[in-house]
Design a binder for this molecule. Structure first.
Ligand code: HEM
Length: 130
């Protein structure tokens, strides 16, 4: 199976787990005070829904879709807007991989490495727009 297919199926299993996004944010927000500060005024229920689509966009980009949605994310997360510095994506990815490991019992180390490669492509697009 390709990395992209493996990740697509794993993401389906994660999304079926009711506390996946809740657990992700619990882990991401406590990963650094810089991250927590960025979400100080955020409605986290809405944010969880937005992230669900956001991750799907990263996965679809790796599967060959044009980067239109990711360019828009790059714009909203850029220095002029949300000002999300590039190093913060390391916390994001680590928190996500931790959450995937917890929620997708079928994913092993090789699966997590596939996730890291697949998401890394899209994250590069977002960081490049900083
Ligand atoms: C590749 C990883 C990421 C994805 C897919 C993602 C996705 C999203 C999406 C879909 C939104 C809502 C729409 C928008 O504003 O464009 C959003 C908002 C936001 N994101 Fe991200 N994001 C990512 C990384 C990060 C990181 C590393 C931070 C750092 C703390 C961050 C902080 C925020 C903040 C503060 C908001 C606005 C929240 C509010 O409305 O109060 N994001 N993100």
């Amino acid at each position: 199976m390709t990395d992209e297919d493996l990740v697509f199926q794993s993401y389906g299993r994660c999304c079926r787990s009711s506390s996946f996004f809740e657990d992700f944010y619990a882990s991401f927000l406590t990963s650094s005070p810089e991250v927590a500060a960025k979400f100080a005024g955020t409605d986290m229920t809405a944010q969880k829904h937005l992230l669900r689509a956001g991750i799907l966009n990263l996965v679809l980009y790796a599967r060959g879709l044009p980067p239109t949605k990711l360019k828009a994310l790059a714009e909203s997360h850029s220095r002029e807007k949300l000002d999300i510095q590039p190093h913060l994506y390391d916390y994001w990815l680590d928190a996500l991989l931790l959450t995937i490991r917890k929620h997708d019992g079928e994913t092993d180390q090789a699966g997590l490495e596939a996730w890291r490669r697949v998401l890394g492509k899209g994250i590069e697009v977002i960081k490049a727009g900083y």
